[in-house]
Each structure stands twice: as C-alpha cells, then as structure tokens.
Ligand binder design. Structure first.
Ligand code: NAD
Length: 318
C-alpha cells in the first residue's frame, strides 16, 4: 500500500508538469538558421515573438508571421517557452545571464531551449541559475544546416532533464525530423561537437584521397563510385563530395557556396579542441583538421563551404 502511495506521489507532479501545452514561443536569433526555424514554428500553429538586434532579420521574419519584439523582455512577455539560436559562447551567456537577459525576465515555469552551438560549459553555467529561478533549460544544438532548418528536417541533440526534453518535443518536432536526448545538461553540445569534428575529419580525408587518385589519372566519377561501394564510404563521399561536378547538390558543384561555411567549421573544431584539451582526450586528427580549415580561413575562404579544402590541396603544383 505504502509503495502504491509513493508511486502516486512521484507521478502526479511529473504529469502535471509535462502536460503543459506550450503555444506562445519567444525566439532569439532570427539569422540564417533561426529565421527558418521560427517560421516552421508558426507553420505548425505556434505563436512566435522574435527578438534580433538586426532589424533586417526581424523584417524578414515578419513576412513569415513572426511578431517582432524590441527586447528579450518584450519577446518573453506572455511566453510559455523560448528558443534561441545565437552565434557564440559570449552572446549566449550575455543573452541568458545578462541584467536584461532571459533568466531575469522569464516567468516561472517557462521552458528555455538553446539551439546554438557552444562550449558545453555554457549551458552548464546557465542551467543552475535557470533552475534557481524556477525555469527549465535544455541545450539542443542542431545538425542539418540551413536546408534542414528550412525544410524542418534538423536533428536535435539535447542535454538536460528528461522531463524538460519531453516537454520540448512538440517544438523540436515542428522544427526538425530527429530528436535525441543525449543525457545531462551540456551533453547535446558534446554530441554536436563530436559529430562536427568527425564531419571535418572525413571531409578533409575525402578531399585528400580524391585529389591523390585523380592526380594518379583515375576518372573522378569512377573513383567516387568505387569509394561509395567500398569500405571508405561516408556522408562526405555519398552526399558532400568535395570534387566539383560529381554530386550536383553538393556545395562543391555550386562554386562552394550555400553550404556549411568554413568559418563555422573552424568555430566548431576550436570548441571541440577546447573540450578535448580540458579532459586530456587525444584528438590528433581533429587537431590537424582544425589547422587546415583555419589555414583556408586565413587565406580568405572562410565564407566558402568547408569542402573548399579540396581546392587548396589541389593547388599544390609539385
Ligand atoms: P547567423 O549569424 O546567421 O544568425 C545569428 C543571429 O543572431 C543574427 O541574426 C544576429 O543578429 C542574432 N543575434 C546576435 N545577438 C543576439 C541577441 N543578443 N539576441 C538575439 N539575437 C541575436 O548564424 P546562424 O548560421 O543562424 O547560426 C546560429 C547558430 O547555429 C551558431 O551557433 C551556429 O554555429 C549554429 N549552427 C549553424 C548552422 C548553419 O549551417 N548555419 C548549422 C548548425 C548549427
């Protein structure tokens, strides 16, 4: 009997919490990713108030049904939940923990979802302050790029309390196709940085092996067909081949424009390197990849897709 009573006591608050229907969403960061993500929330029936210091971004979002807000506090007025997707560690920390920031203005019971790519220590700093103020907080970075944001096919990797993750699902499902709960707060960022470091390494490895084979006289299409039917197959060989003209939808076939910018790859590799350094996890390939993509950036190709690295390897005339 006592056991049954305990069970009831444990389940009632959980049901009460997770059955809350979140309809009013504040959105921070209406840039390349956030603009599409906020628009998809509107398409799925959410009411969205967006804040972005760029008036152009707010104007563009208004065309998709997002109401512009003049400050973080104004965006949060009446909100059940908040989604943010912002450029850097500093911007996220300021936006959440600053005097006029999210935690200071969110009503008790609000759920906060940060989809920016940042150091895992950033959500770990925000989380205890959010909980102390009676609001939920998860890190939920995304993979899938601007196409994924536009088509609502993003993969979300989340860290934080399971109940908060479950509560976020209607919003995450409106903006993406896959949702993972990776563990405690910050673990979504760990998964995201591991994914992007591997993507950077396989991209670089594909570029150098394709370049070597082509220089030895192989037909590029034949070499790619071999790789795609052999043990070296990867996302990079199947979807994102760095050699122009082989995969029409890959950025390499579109002058390396419109993909995942080299400068964003450098940002993510540097975050991954910092994380690895902190726990003394050896990342020899990650370190080489970081330096090569940084070199591409210092040579003026930061705005090109990261697969541009193939062109730099090809330049070697020896
Ligand atoms: P972006 O620069 O296009 O957009 C960021 C927006 O945030 C800008 O419009 C900027 O004005 C706004 N902003 C800055 N400070 C703000 C504040 N205090 N409050 C509200 N808005 C503010 O960048 P993006 O490409 O949309 O990337 C955003 C995040 O998503 C980054 O962390 C990036 O690493 C990550 N990401 C990007 C991609 C991609 O393909 N672009 C893919 C996955 C993850």
């Amino acid at each position: 009997m006592a056991g049954r009573a305990t069970h009831c006591l444990l389940t009632i608050p959980k049901r009460g919490y997770s059955s809350k229907v979140d309809k009013n969403v504040a959105f921070l960061g209406l840039g390349n990713m956030g603009g599409f993500m906020a628009a998809n929330l509107v398409k799925k029936g959410f009411t969205v108030k967006g804040y972005d210091p760029s008036s152009d971004a707010v104007k563009a979002a208004a065309k998709n049904g997002i109401t512009g807000a003049s400050s973080i506090a104004a965006a949060l007025d009446g909100a059940d939940a908040l989604v943010s997707i912002l450029p850097s560690n500093k911007v996220v920390l300021d936006a959440y923990l600053g005097k006029d920031g999210v935690v200071a203005h969110a009503a008790k019971g609000t759920l906060l979802i940060d989809s920016s790519t940042v150091d895992p220590n950033v959500p770990k700093q925000i989380y205890p302050v959010a909980i102390e103020n009676g609001v939920g907080f998860i890190d939920a970075p995304v993979s899938g790029g601007t196409m994924g944001a536009q088509n609502a096919t993003l993969a979300f990797m989340s860290g934080g309390r399971k109940g908060d993750f479950e509560r976020s699902l209607p919003m995450l499902k409106a903006m993406g196709a896959k949702q993972f709960h990776c563990g405690d707060i910050g673990s979504g960022q760990v998964a995201k940085l591991a994914n992007n470091m591997l993507m950077g390494i396989t991209g670089m490895a594909t570029a150098e092996c394709m370049n070597m084979g082509i220089k030895m006289g192989l037909d590029p299409q034949v070499l790619l067909d071999v790789l795609n039917n052999s043990s070296a197959r990867s996302w990079s060989t199947e979807v994102y081949c760095p050699v122009p003209g082989l995969i029409p939808t890959a950025p390499s076939s579109k002058n390396y424009d419109g993909g995942f910018k080299n400068e964003l790859m450098v940002k993510d590799l540097e975050l991954a390197s910092g994380m690895a350094l902190g726990i003394r996890s050896p990342i020899p390939l990650g370190a080489v990849a970081t330096q090569l993509y940084r070199m591409a950036q210092t040579r003026g190709f930061g705005q090109k897709d990261f697969s541009y690295i193939y062109q730099l390897l090809k330049e070697d005339k020896q």
